[in-house]
Design a protein around this ligand. Sequence first.
Ligand SMILES: Nc1ncnc2c1ncn2[C@@H]1O[C@H](COP(=O)(O)OP(=O)(O)O)[C@@H](O)[C@H]1O
Ligand SMILES: [Mg+2]
Length: 412
Amino acid sequence: MTDTRHLIGLLLGTEDDWPTAFTEILRRLGPVEGHAFDTERITIEPFSLRDRPRYHLVIDRLAYWYYHPREWLKKIAMMDGVYLLNSPFTFQSMEKHAAYCAMMRLGLKVPETVLVPYKNPIDNSRYAYTSARYNKSFDLDAIAQKIGYPLFMKPYDGGAWRGVSRINNAAELHAAYDASGEMLMHLQKAIDFDVFARSLSIGPETMVMRFQPDQPMHARYAVDHSFLSPETGTEVVTIGRLVNAFFRWEFNSCETLVSGGEVYPIDYANACPDVALTSLHYYFPWAMKALVKWSVFALVTGRRPRLDLETDRFFQIADEPGLSYAERLDIYRDLADGYFDAARYYDFWAPMQAHLDEVVLDWVAGPDFDQLLVRTVRSVYPAHEHDQFIAHLRGLLDLWVQEETARLRTNA
Ligand SMILES: Nc1ncnc2c1ncn2[C@@H]1O[C@H](COP(=O)(O)OP(=O)(O)O)[C@@H](O)[C@H]1O
Ligand SMILES: [Mg+2]
């Protein structure tokens, strides 16, 4: 019997793959503890600030870039208590810069980073005056030398590698700074990493994936189940969960460089993380399952959005004298898991997990998923590459199906 229906709104850009997957998994999952779920793609329209939204939860991949949906999300969060992944109230810190500050404050190993003023004054007549009068000239070479080459120059609010360059010497430094124009740039010490871990977190679940930044998009995530030692893997998960709990990000991807056993966080603020089938491939079913599980958990348990950051709870641990780095991380992990209600989440799903696993496996192994895969490739790649990428993705998803089948058989 179904007592309550929840409408989940999807605020989308151009993508069709994950919304289709998410909707289909929810449909096949069926009601959970008397709660039923519908999804709807949200359209952008005029709204009265006193309108009551029909949605109980919204997953957003748009509002970081577009103001109209962003303001609508703020309204439904503030006035109607709608649960958001993610809340635009947390976007103020969605530039890398604030995340670096928070992580340094919490004692994490962010590489040495300096923010330099704009190369060119921004397009605002008053700023030009202010800049001419108050922007002190500075010695870019001295800053770079203090950090040490090689270093990275990258926008303080970057994303998608826009404006990122690796700098080896003074000539490259000046060329990159001249080209930065009106972008506000960080200089950051380069880490000569052994492995690059990219983790995707959704609520209290995290997948840590081996990332190969020099590969083309479709090959960046390598399928590799043991590229980190268990301790390093736990550290990477803890740091991701900590940053997410700290800023109230519930759907985020994080980038970490591992060098000589040390874990260096470099990119921890991705408001609308990429979950495309074409980039996640093998990991796509995991991501869809986690998104369904977190949304359902939040709705069924009546989880309330928490907009206040309560940063002092974290800073108290950072300031506690006598704690080692590892001890601090353990306490942060407890705080973060507390924020995500992790224990309750896993208890909640335990009796239904086998059913959900079967639903997702059955769907991914079947013809509907294959059609989605083919449709997605056709919409993303030029015609002459369709066959290649369809075969590539089918191979990876077949691998997932085989491994998942074996895993479920062992569990049964
Ligand atoms: N400090 C660093 N050391 C080594 N590589 C870096 C560093 N900073 C950035 N990179 C490289 O540049 C890429 C883009 O930088 P990142 O900070 O992730 O910006 P974006 O938000 O544009 O992804 C990273 O994925 C990594 O390959
Ligand atoms: Mg990045």
